[in-house]
Write a protein that binds this ligand. Structure first.
Ligand code: 9D3
Length: 271
């Protein structure tokens, strides 16, 4: 996967290129990153990248010309480098393929694992990172294919959002997780939260490890983990459970969990 990032702050991306799973995948070129800095597309002495909003008001916008030039350069470079696009579509004629250009912004559609999976079907993506109060509406119309948000809270620019997306996309690239983990087993692709986890020592501040996990009985461990996943999801994220169709085993285990939870929570009837 080729990713072109349009950003005033390319050095911020060291957070993904230099560390951990993402660092390894990028060094192995499973994900190729290139940066396009609007400042490099300025022509004035001060290399201006911001401009005042028409109508007045506080704050600045990104200056249109250098931003547009940077976006177009990024897109064209990706079309030569990898072509696109949607690996799921039948239109594989690389000659007229257009790299998908996305804009990370508070106005975008909320990113969820399903959206990440959709985006991972593109072999070439341009991520536009806004700063200041954002970009001119006409650039949005002319240059941006999709607008994505991390959620309803405020951060200072698109770079951290782009890095979150790069990280999530990298995990879906074949080989990126190196066997120690599997993207397909990640909790959100299953629709449930992960069960509680324990490592050594067997006792921490008088608290022990659930017996099933020490039993060596793989079927018992599987059932314990599934039940705890269902119960944890029921307690912490009931909204996720409502979206799921539980099978017979899952329904039974969740029912058991809820009954045990209610009797121990009530206190009076606890053993
Ligand atoms: C507080 C300023 N807001 C009202 C004038 C507008 C605003 C402009 C620019 C708010 C945030 C930003 C910068 N944010 C992003 O670029 C951003 C973002 C976010 O703030 N929240 C969630 N997801 C994203 S993706 C990019």
């Amino acid at each position: 996967m080729h990713i072109g990032v349009v950003t005033l702050f390319p050095q911020m991306f060291e957070a993904v290129t230099e560390y951990g799973i993402t660092g390894r995948a990028i060094k192995a070129e499973r994900v190729k990153l290139n940066y396009w800095n609007p400042r490099d597309f300025t022509t004035d002495k001060h290399r201006t990248v911001d401009d005042k909003p028409f109508g007045g008001g506080p704050g600045m916008l990104m200056k249109t010309e250098p931003l547009q030039l940077a976006i177009r350069a990024a897109r064209q470079s990706l079309e030569v480098a990898g072509g696109n696009n949607d690996l799921a579509s039948n239109d594989l004629t690389k000659s007229n393929a257009r790299a998908k250009v996305i804009y990370l912004s508070p106005q975008g559609k909320k990113l969820e694992q399903s959206g990440i999976e959709q985006l991972s079907c593109s072999s070439a993506l341009v991520m536009v990172c806004g700063r200041y109060q954002g970009i001119d509406e006409r650039l949005l119309e002319a240059e941006i294919d999709e607008e994505w948000s991390l959620g309803d809270f405020v951060i200072s620019g698109g770079e951290l959002a782009a890095m979150v997306l790069i990280d999530a996309l990298t995990r879906l690239q074949p080989g990126a997780l190196g066997g120690e983990d599997s993207a397909g087993l990640d909790s959100f692709s299953q629709g449930l939260l992960h069960c509680p986890q324990y490592t050594r020592p067997q006792t921490v501040a008088d608290m022990i490890v659930p017996e099933a996990l020490l039993s060596g009985d793989h079927e018992r461990i599987r059932v314990w983990r599934l039940k705890q996943s269902l119960g944890t999801t029921w307690k912490k994220r009931p909204d996720l459970l409502k979206k799921m169709n539980l099978n017979a085993e899952q329904r039974t285990l969740l029912e058991e969990f809820i009954n045990e939870y209610k009797t121990t929570q009530a206190g009076s009837s606890a053993e």
